[in-house]
Design a protein around this ligand. Structure first.
Ligand SMILES: [Zn+2]
Length: 154
């Protein structure tokens, strides 16, 4: 009986376009990556794996390997950046949670059918060349979720 249940759960994970594949990373808004990094690398002793600018979102992004999950530090590069607005309104802290997607187009179609409001109705290029799409916090109990499909999974 127990065994059957496991098989059922296991199979469920492979319904394309529906199930998310876990948490990819946690996005954290910071005023300055240079000032925030030592906490992650020296105190928590995680590895900083790279930094890049995402021009379309006016953010500088630092990736941290937190072993079973990644952390994305987000610093605004411009006053028009959504992260700048977030910092002004809420201060530094958790900005979003990114879910791993293996079929972002399918996930978007499925979520729309479930009446989940999306900020990005079609995937766009995010940090690290991943395809991303944000879900509206109004539809997700106050949490800003991001769907994230990495390049190698396209
Ligand atoms: Zn993200």
């Amino acid at each position: 009986m127990y065994y059957n249940k496991i098989i059922l759960c296991y199979n469920k994970q492979f319904v394309r376009g529906k199930n998310m594949q876990g948490i990819d990373h946690i996005g954290i808004a910071v005023k300055s990556i240079d000032e925030a990094l030592p906490f992650y690398t020296n105190i928590l002793q995680f590895k900083h794996v790279g930094t890049e600018i995402v021009e379309s979102q006016k953010v500088k992004v630092a990736f941290i390997n937190a072993i079973n999950c990644k952390i994305e530090l987000l610093e605004p590069t411009d006053e028009k950046s959504p992260i700048h607005k977030f910092l002004q309104k809420r201060g530094e802290g958790i900005h979003h949670i990114a879910l791993t997607s293996k079929d972002i187009e399918g996930n978007i179609t499925y979520l729309k059918e479930e009446n989940i409001q999306l900020i990005d109705e079609s995937p766009r290029k995010g940090a690290g060349g991943a395809l991303v799409s944000f879900l509206h916090p109004k539809s997700c109990r106050g949490v800003l979720y991001e769907l994230c499909q990495h390049k190698e999974d396209e």
